[in-house]
Design a protein around this ligand. Sequence first.
Ligand code: FAD
Ligand code: SF4
Length: 486
Amino acid sequence: MGGSVCAHRLAKAGMKTLVLERGGWAKRDALDWNQREILVRQRYRGEVPIQIRQYEDRDFKPVYGAEVVGGMSVFYGGASLRLRETDFESWPIEYMDLEPFYTRVETLLEVHGKAGQDPFEPPRSADYPFAAVDLSSPAERIFRAGCALGYRPFQIPLAINFSNPGRTTCIRCITCDGFPCQIEAKNDAATTALKQAQAYGLEVMPNVMVARLGEKGGRVETVECIDKEGRSTFSLSAPLIVVSAGALQSPALLLRSGFGAFAQGDRIGRFLMRHCNTIVTYIFPFRTNPDHRFHKQICFSDFYEVFREAHGRATGVIQDIYTPAPEVLSHFAPWGGKHLAAWTAPLMQNLLCVAEDEPQYENRVFLSKSTDVYGLPQIQVRHAYSEADCERRDYLVLQARKVLKQAGGIIPYTYRLDSFSHAVGTLAFGTDESVLDVHCRFRGLENLFVVDGSFMPTSGGVNPSLTIAANALRVGDYLVEKFCGA
Ligand SMILES: Cc1cc2nc3c(=O)[nH]c(=O)nc-3n(C[C@H](O)[C@H](O)[C@H](O)COP(=O)(O)OP(=O)(O)OC[C@H]3O[C@@H](n4cnc5c(N)ncnc54)[C@H](O)[C@@H]3O)c2cc1C
Ligand code: SF4
C-alpha cells in the first residue's frame, strides 16, 4: 500500500520510477474467488517462510505469507478508517498534518463512506468521494442490534468500487476479505495507485526479490536483486531508494544490508505491533446469510476512548466480518469437530475486535544464522501481547458478544487471531532516537526512505492501510519537492 501510493505520486510528478516486487500480478481468474484455493492451498504463498514465535509457544513456527503485486492490500477488506487525533500523542506529527493526505488518498482509493456517522470521527476537510451503499441484511441485523443496545454503529468507509461507472463495479460477493477481487472492483493498491501510475510511466518489475542494499559514503549506491524466475542476480542503482516491503520484511532487508551499524540500528525491527485481534462468533437459530451477500459494512467505535486515561491507548473498534465456507471451517477445525464446523457455518455470524497493542522493545523482527532457499538469512519474529493489550481486547470481545446476542445469536465462540496482517511499527519515525526522521528518511543514509506500515510509532485502534497510504503520499510530496524541485 505504502509503496504503490508513493510510486504513484513520484511517477505523476514525472520522476522515472521503478517498483521491484517479489510477487507476480494477481491472476484475477475464477480461482481467486475459490475459498479452498485461496485459504487452504494458499495460491499466492511465497517460497520462504518467516519463523514466528508467539511467547506462549516454545518453538519458532514457519509462517508463509502471500507474495503479489499490490501486497496485502490485494487481500484486504478495504476498511479505510482514519486514526483519531488522540492517536497522535506520541507521533512527531499531528492529526491535522496528515488530514489533507487522508483526504487525497480517500480520493485515490475511491473510498465509499458517510461522514458524520462515526461518533469518534476526527475532523475532515472534505466528504468521502463516494457515498456509502445500502446495508445487506446481515449488516442490517448487526446495525439494529447495536442501536437497540444504545451504541452508535456506522458504515465502514470502504475502498471498494460500488458506484464508479468508469470501472467494474462490485457485485457484493462473499469472497472479498482475504481474496483478490477477480473483477478488480476492490480498490487495492495494484488496481488503483499502480495501474494509474503505469499510465504516468511507472515501471513495475514483478518476481524480483530485493536481497540487499549497498551503502557508500552515506548513500545507498546499489540495490542487489534476485530474479526469482531465472534464479539469477543483478544489481541496480538510482539516486533515490524508497523501501516498502511491509513491517516484517523492511527491517529484515535493512538488517541484512548491514544497516544495524547505524546510529539507531539497535531499534531496527523492534516495537513490532499487529493489533490484538479476535473474532467473536455466535451460532444463530437460522441461516444468517442465505444469499451469500457481502456484509463487511458495520463498525462500532463507541468504546474507542474507554481505556485512554488508564492505558494511554485506544481500545479499538468492532467490525462486521464474513464466515468462511463450510469446507474451509471444516478443514481448520480440530479433529472431531470437523462435521460440526461444516454444519454450523451457515448459522454463524461474527464480529472482528481490533484492539490497539502497545509498542514493546522485546517484540521484534530479527535475522537467524541459517539461510533460506535464496541464500539470505532467515527472518525470525518474536511477539507477545501485554496484559493491557489483552484487557482492551477482552473488553471489546464482551461488547461484541452483547451485540451478537442481541441480534439473535444463541451459542458463542471466540477465536483469537494470531496473524500479522496488521503488522506495523518496526522502523518508527519520530524524534532523534527513532530509526526514521519525520520525513521517513532512514537516519544516516541521505537517499533512503521507508513508506510502509513500519513507520508507525503506535498502532492506534483502527485498520492501518489508510494511514499507511496517507503517510506514503505525505512522504511522496516531500520527495517530489526535494528531488524534483516541483
Ligand atoms: C486478509 C487481510 C485483510 C485486511 N483487511 C484490511 C482492511 O480491511 N483495512 C485495512 O486498513 N487493512 C487491512 N489489512 C492490512 C493491510 O492490507 C496492510 O496494513 C497493508 O497492505 C500494509 O501495507 P504495507 O505498505 O505496509 O506493506 P505490504 O502490503 O505488506 O506490502 C509489502 C510488499 O513488499 C513486497 N516485498 C516484501 N519483501 C520484498 C523484497 N525483499 N523484495 C521485493 N518485494 C518485497 C511484498 O510482496 C509486498 O507486496 C488486511 C490484511 C489482510 C492480509
Ligand atoms: S465484494 Fe466486490 S470488491 Fe469484494 S471481491 Fe466481491 S466483487 Fe470484488
